[in-house]
Design a binder for this molecule. Structure first.
Ligand code: MN
Ligand code: MN
Ligand code: MN
Length: 303
């Protein structure tokens, strides 16, 4: 049955049935987990992984909503780490959410994100823009509260509302974007450490959007080699509507390093640049990572 689904998923109609990358209000998405799951179901998705940044907070709500809709939900997370001086994202799936190694890693990331938010607040205050942390928290609460620190999109919205900038893009251009005052570097764990954490929780592990890092081809290839050597299982060969040439190059890398493939929309908000279930077809000749998610009820997916 899995083979059938994997094949279906390689043509366009089935691009709708699996989505292994999306975000809710538990991190930087716009929809609460239950709303996100309902939207995925309405769009024909049968197998969904919620992959919020560095948190498991949305999973219980998503799982309950999925059970009511007969949609298969797989535990997911998108963890930040460093490699070669850059921030890298690693996706973990179908893990044991209570695994101590994972809990501790998330707790450390959580503390780091709060420290970063406080530092952004200090820097903006020093430039005559006080109240940013409270303002960003307020915006988070309006979206559906989580215990996570506000992220740069929340600070951007605060700067707009406080009248310091005209819109969010100006907020990033002037204050929050790469190299600007609000671009506070965080001390993420190393890639190898993050892969080990996910392994300790029994996760299936995929390297998120390998094309999004600002790397040369040879550096990207080294990243994939190190990820495979560390014990990673898959590349996210398809991330939303990224150019087809990139998908093709990533498929070649996956085959070269003997890695499986994962697919996902990286959905954050309705009307944004992505949509649930919307991504380019997976090229032929790759093994779908989700065929390994053993606890998923196969009959439900393939019916
Ligand atoms: Mn995000
Ligand atoms: Mn990412
Ligand atoms: Mn993402």
């Amino acid at each position: 049955m899995w083979g059938i689904i994997a094949n279906i998923n390689r043509n366009e109609s089935a691009a709708m049935t699996v989505d292994l990358h999306c975000h809710s209000t538990a991190s930087d998405g716009a929809l609460p987990p239950a709303t996100l799951v309902a939207r995925a179901h309405a769009r024909g998705i049968r197998l969904l992984a919620l992959t919020d940044h560095d948190t498991l907070e949305g999973l219980d709500e998503a799982r309950n909503a999925a059970a009511r809709l007969n949609l298969q939900l797989v535990n997911g997370i998108e963890l930040s780490c460093t490699w070669g001086g850059a921030t890298i994202h690693v996706l973990g799936y179908a893990f044991e959410p209570q695994a101590p190694a994972l809990r501790e890693a998330i707790e450390a990331l959580h503390r780091g994100r709060w420290q970063r938010a406080e530092e952004i607040d200090r820097r903006l205050t020093a430039r005559g823009m006080p109240g940013a942390l409270d303002g960003a928290r307020q915006i988070q609460r309006e979206l559906g509260d989580s215990g996570n620190a506000p992220a740069r999109p929340h600070f951007a919205e605060f700067l707009v509302r406080a009248g310091y900038v005209r819109d969010r893009s100006e907020a990033f251009r002037k204050w929050l974007g790469a190299g600007k005052l609000g671009d506070v570097k965080q001390h993420w764990p190393a890639l190898e450490e993050t892969v080990a954490t996910l392994q300790a929780a029994g996760a299936w592990i995929s390297l998120a959007h390998p094309w999004q890092y600002d790397f040369t081809r040879s550096k990207r290839r080294r990243l994939v080699a190190d990820f495979a050597a560390a014990g990673g299982h898959a590349l996210e060969v398809v991330n939303g509507m990224q150019p087809a040439e990139q998908v093709g190059s990533l498929a070649i890398l996956a085959r070269e390093f003997g890695l499986m493939a994962s697919v996902g929309s990286d959905f954050h908000a309705p009307g944004d640049w992505s949509e649930l279930g919307l991504y380019r077809p997976l090229p032929e000749g790759l093994t779908a990572l989700w065929e390994r998610f053993e606890h998923v009820q196969l009959s439900t997916i393939s019916s």
